[in-house]
Design a protein. Structure first.
Length: 181
């Protein structure tokens, strides 16, 4: 995801073999949490490079082939509640995921006239390897549904945004967070 040339080569090779994509999901994400005054330089740049630059590295090579289909299409990016509201100790992660939201909204404006929708999904706490018990304990009081989300909760939202039924939804951020914010 961080190697622009390798991503482009791989994606264009797949498009040449299998045809242009009608749907694209951009879902890269790593964390390197620390308060900004204590954050190592590499932790800032690694998170930005993986999380934000992957938007360009994955979506850019696919756009013109998608446009040439002349059949609309769907692009869904995965942001985070941290990109919507910020989060203590995650300045780098929040910046990268907020950038995903802004880039998605701008791209929606660029591609709307082609019938291509672009939306972002912003998960809250989801049962993944990124969670630990301390995070869960600290956040549970802020979740009105009083549970951690499941990957299936996010997947169902992404599937809907990729469906024909979501053809009039674009430039939106869909929060999947149990009512957290």
């Amino acid at each position: 995801m961080t190697d622009t040339d390798a991503a482009e080569k791989s994606l264009l090779s797949d498009i040449e073999t299998n045809g242009a994509y009608w749907g694209i999901i951009s879902n890269a994400g790593i964390t390197r949490d620390a308060p900004l005054p204590a954050m190592e330089k590499n932790d800032w740049f690694d998170v930005i490079s993986t999380n934000l630059n992957s938007f360009y590295n994955v979506i850019k090579p696919c756009i013109m082939p998608m446009i040439h289909l002349r059949d609309g299409g769907r692009i869904v990016t995965i942001s985070s509640i941290s990109g919507v509201a910020g989060n203590r100790g995650q300045t780098n992660y929040s910046a990268s995921k907020g950038g995903i939201i802004a880039a998605s909204k701008a791209l929606a404006l660029e591609l709307g006239k082609r019938g291509i929708t672009v939306n972002s999904v912003a998960p809250g706490l989801i049962e993944t390897r990124m969670l630990n018990q301390e995070i869960i304990d600290n956040a549970m009081g802020m979740i009105p549904l009083k549970r951690i989300g499941k990957p299936e909760d996010v997947a169902a939202t992404v599937a809907f945004l990729c469906s024909e039924g979501a053809g009039y939804i674009t430039r939106q951020v869909i929060n999947v967070n149990g009512g957290m914010c």
